[in-house]
Design a protein around this ligand. Structure first.
Ligand code: SF4
Length: 143
């Protein structure tokens, strides 16, 4: 059963044509944690990555440099379009990069991180392309 807050998030998302996870913190957290557990989304601390990038390089059978260059910031699913910026709850940039919306795993991800399902071709920076992803995903309203 949904909570009142979840119903409010649903209405906010529908009225603004934003993905539900940009309005529903619990859903965003759930999807992020799932992506961390299942697809190695990380590193947790971008400034202190430990051996995270070595692990990714090994998984992809490539160099650490190549692994670091394959991040959310240039992933095909990373949406930083103007309309998506309006869906974000506040400031999206920090010294390491910026937040965007991940259309593959449905949460707000950070450009300096990556995951095992990274795919070349991003970011999405045009509203029309963002809306196409939204329509294909039915704007990720349902959870
Ligand atoms: S699918 Fe792409 S945008 Fe989404 S978390 Fe993975 S690397 Fe980042």
């Amino acid at each position: 059963m949904k909570t009142l807050r979840q119903y409010i998030s649903l209405i906010e998302a529908a009225e603004s044509s934003c993905p539900l996870a940009t309005k529903d913190i619990a859903l965003n957290t759930k999807n992020r944690d799932f992506t961390q557990d299942k697809y190695n989304y990380g590193p947790l601390n971008v400034s202190e990555p430990g051996d995270y990038w070595e692990g990714v390089a090994e998984e992809w059978d490539t160099t650490v440099e190549a692994a670091k260059a394959s991040n959310c910031g240039n992933c095909v699913a990373f949406d930083i379009s103007p309309r998506m910026d309006k869906c974000m709850p506040g400031v999206t940039s920090d010294q390491d990069g910026r937040l965007g919306y991940c259309w593959m795993h449905h949460f707000k991800c950070h450009s300096a991180r990556t995951c095992h399902t990274w795919a070349k071709g991003g970011p999405i920076d045009k509203d029309e392309v963002s809306m196409e992803w939204g329509e294909r995903n039915e704007m990720a309203y349902a959870n």
